[in-house]
Design a protein around this ligand. Structure first.
Ligand SMILES: NC(=O)c1ccc[n+]([C@@H]2O[C@H](COP(=O)([O-])OP(=O)(O)OC[C@H]3O[C@@H](n4cnc5c(N)ncnc54)[C@H](O)[C@@H]3O)[C@@H](O)[C@H]2O)c1
Length: 254
């Protein structure tokens, strides 16, 4: 129970990596605010966290909407009294797989990535940081992607927005260090969420290319990422801030 009495917000926690992260934080004793635009998914995850013996609150907040994010944080504080941990996990994942020059400014993919994948992280940090400053501490984990490091074709807009996440994380890590707030970034490699497994059927060739580049010879599991989140929000990582970690079976070293 490394996170007893801590309160965590996890965005996009109705499925995939966010859901596994909510479970892992709950298992360590944290109370978890489970945010998702899919309220059914959020409620399912919150029920699962409660079954693990922790407190949970399901909230439907779209991270691209600044007003909804503010309300989510206010509800979290009203319900649990504080926010110690923020995991920015939600992203726009509706890929068209077009080449960049086939897309247009204003396309759903441009808007979705800029507003959710990038601005969603900014909105949630902006809303939570004043509470953490007042509490004199906190942990922020921003989920980026292997796309932030590697040049993955047909994902240029996603890569642009994910690429900004580590830079932003480093900048605020510097600003927030005097307040005892630690900020780190995790880039998952290809991780076997339902969303990714859908690619196996729709784009088998692209998927084979993904898989061939993993030295540990398997896709990541959502729990692999969740374990890293737990480490980075626990006391064991109290001297680590402003870092960008790949959890990708070694894919980013090849
Ligand atoms: N799965 C992978 O292979 C992989 C690889 C690299 C990075 N990532 C990153 O990990 C994170 C989670 O990915 P996943 O594979 O678990 O995805 P997923 O699709 O399984 O889950 C994402 C969740 O976010 C929610 N969501 C989407 N937009 C939202 C919004 N505006 N506000 C609130 N919730 C929203 C969705 O409803 C969904 O439940 C994302 O940031 C993704 O970019 C995933």
């Amino acid at each position: 129970m490394r996170l007893k009495d801590k309160v965590a917000i996890v965005t996009g926690a109705g499925a995939g990596i966010g859901r596994a992260t909510a479970h892992a934080l709950g298992r360590e004793g944290a109370s978890v605010v489970v945010d998702d635009i899919d309220l059914d998914g959020a409620e399912r995850t919150a029920d699962e966290v409660r079954k693990l013996g922790a407190k949970a609150l399901a909230i439907k907040a779209d991270v691209s909407k600044v007003g909804e994010v503010k309300q989510m944080v206010e509800r979290a504080v009203a319900e649990f009294g504080r926010v110690d941990i923020l995991v920015n996990n939600a992203a726009y994942l509706d890929f068209s797989f077009k080449l960049f020059h086939e897309t247009e400014a204003g396309d759903a993919e441009w808007e979705g990535n800029i507003n959710t994948t990038l601005k969603g992280v900014l909105h949630c940090c902006r809303a939570v940081i004043p509470h953490m400053i007042e509490q004199r501490g906190g942990r922020i984990i921003n989920i980026a992607s292997g796309a932030a490091k590697g040049g993955i074709e047909r994902m240029a807009i996603y890569a642009a927005c994910k690429g900004a996440v580590p830079s932003f994380s480093r900048a605020i890590a510097t600003e927030l260090a005097p307040h005892g707030i630690l900020v780190n970034c995790i880039s998952p490699g290809n991780t076997a969420t339902e969303h990714l497994l859908h690619f196996v059927e729709t784009l088998p060739d692209l998927f084979k290319q993904f898989q061939a580049g993993i030295p540990l010879q398997r896709l990541g599991e959502p729990e692999d990422i969740a374990d890293m989140v737990v480490f980075l929000v626990s006391d064991e990582s109290k001297y680590i801030t402003g870092q960008h970690f790949s959890v990708d079976g070694g894919a980013s070293m090849t």
